[in-house]
Ligand binder design. Structure first.
Ligand SMILES: C=C(O[C@H]1C=CC=C(C(=O)O)[C@@H]1O)C(=O)O
Length: 464
């Protein structure tokens, strides 16, 4: 048994009757396991699995079998903090090793806003974070196993864990079936362009910017194979990987955008706004990026996002660092203007109050924030749900990392709804914005291998 060295730690555990669960924290570097093997092994746990990998590799976490969730129907920071503390208070955490690095986390987030959700988002709550039975930290190669103490027999538990880890290690990865796309169509494309035109006319010196999103619907001949998606999600670097199953729904995102992270007393965030397509031609890309870095409309769009974020976090911070001119963020299909911002937090600043203040940034909402949020709620077709919403990892202390759920889709049964939006400012052209959203659909179309138009006719008979 590879867990032999953990045995002494295990033998010294005495169960605390005030705590409902026992969480064992175990080093697993001796087992050769990765996300594909884990998802393949736990195939029966469909609907109760997640994978969160941060862009810079700080986190790479897979969770299996949600055993408790911390949720609320309204986002009130103090109450969310109280729920989080209540959940951690139920756990007796025991480390089976001396120098373990990771911390037990909860994965989840909040919906974009409180717009009445249509059936499509019914599986997700306004605020919801999951505690899984198995939490694999693939970066540090450590595992947390949480079990209810009711009827728990700790004798033989290590052997059971060893057996499961060995079975995961030996899991064979077979070729995954590609989902067969039946139809692909834009939802209300003409109407969306009309919406952009109307917004441009409504913008003024006070109402400066609004982000308008649209959807694309893809249907499949048969149910989309989840394991196939897991493999395809590895394809694009320099982005987050968010894969979140809940009951019959799966939300998937390859977002380039961090909302914020907290490590110790340092908060890191960034402004990402202003975009141009990246193509397969170096010379053309040089023209594109020179344009982006000097284009007044894009620079304005970027500036308002940066100023708003700085403004939102300043009540929580003692000092801030950021550069005056944006940098270039290079993703596989798109370039963005990008400004990293770092803040030293004041004592007492906590992640949920900051989240409430910072989301939605004008990169996904608009400016002024409250007005833009209302405008989106009232005018946009459909419900955003987890699209453009904060999703990430939290801990017992305030250490956390949230990404913004962009370049994303919601899969259920035989269909996927893809989401993409863009910042509308005075002077925006509906056709150009439509094309920009088309580029932003590419990461998810690529995951589904549905980038080409070789198909098909859409369900309403129009060519796509
Ligand atoms: C709203 C989206 O992108 C935002 C993030 C980066 C750049 C954006 C832009 O240039 O419009 C958007 O504000 C989306 O991808 O759906």
């Amino acid at each position: 048994m590879k867990l032999q060295s953990s045995r002494t730690f295990m033998e010294n555990i005495s169960l605390d009757s005030d705590r409902q669960y026992l969480t064992l924290h175990i080093p697993v570097s001796e087992y050769n396991i990765d996300e594909e093997k884990i998802f393949t092994y736990f195939n029966e746990s469909k609907g109760s699995r997640y994978w969160f990998k941060s862009k810079d590799g700080t986190y790479n976490v897979v969770g299996i079998n949600y055993i408790e969730s911390m949720w609320r129907n309204k986002f009130q920071p103090e109450l969310v903090t109280a729920s989080k503390n209540a959940l951690y208070a139920k756990l007796q955490q025991e480390a089976l090793g001396d120098d373990l690095k990771s911390k037990l986390s909860l994965f989840g987030g909040t919906l974009f806003d409180d717009k009445d959700t249509t059936d499509e988002w019914n599986d997700f709550k306004m605020v919801e974070f999951q505690l899984p039975e198995w939490q694999f930290d693939l970066k540090n190669q450590e595992v947390f196993l949480t079990r209810s103490k009711e009827g728990l027999n700790t004798d033989g538990l290590l052997e059971e864990i060893d057996q499961i880890l060995t079975e995961i290690e030996e899991t064979e990865i077979t070729e995954k079936e590609k989902p067969v796309v039946k139809s692909k169509r834009d939802i209300f494309p003409k109407e969306w362009k009309g919406l952009v035109e109307e917004a441009v006319n409504n913008l003024n010196d006070e109402f400066k910017k609004v982000v308008l999103a649209r959807q694309k619907l893809i249907t499949f001949e048969s149910k989309a194979k989840r394991l196939y998606l897991i493999r395809r999600l590895k394809d694009e670097a320099d982005t987050y990987t968010i894969y979140y199953e809940k009951n019959k729904s799966t939300f998937v995102s390859k977002t380039p955008e961090k909302l914020f992270s907290i490590d110790g007393e340092v908060l890191n965030t960034n402004a990402v706004a202003g975009s141009i397509q990246r193509v397969d031609d170096q010379e053309q890309n040089k023209v594109q990026t020179d344009f982006l870095l000097n284009d007044e409309k894009n620079l304005f769009e970027h500036r308002v996002v940066r100023e708003s974020i700085v403004n939102d976090i300043s009540p929580f911070s003692e000092g801030m660092n950021y550069k005056k001119n944006p940098l270039l963020m290079k993703n596989k299909y798109i370039y963005h203007l990008y400004t990293p911002i770092q803040a030293m937090l004041k004592a007492g600043a906590d992640e949920f109050n900051i989240l409430k203040e910072i989301h939605p940034t004008p990169a996904v909402g608009g400016l002024p924030k409250a007005l833009a949020k209302e405008y989106i709620k009232e005018h946009e077709y459909g419900t955003r749900g987890l699209y453009a919403a904060p999703l990430g990892i939290i801990h017992e202390d305030k250490e956390c990392e949230f990404a913004v759920g962009l370049r994303s889709m919601l899969i259920s049964a035989r269909s996927a709804t893809l989401f993409a939006g863009c910042g509308i400012v005075k002077g925006s052209d509906p056709e150009a914005e439509f094309l920009e959203t088309e580029v932003k659909f590419t990461p998810m179309l690529n995951v589904l291998e549905a980038t080409t138009n070789e198909l098909h006719t859409s369900t309403d008979g129009t060519n796509v």
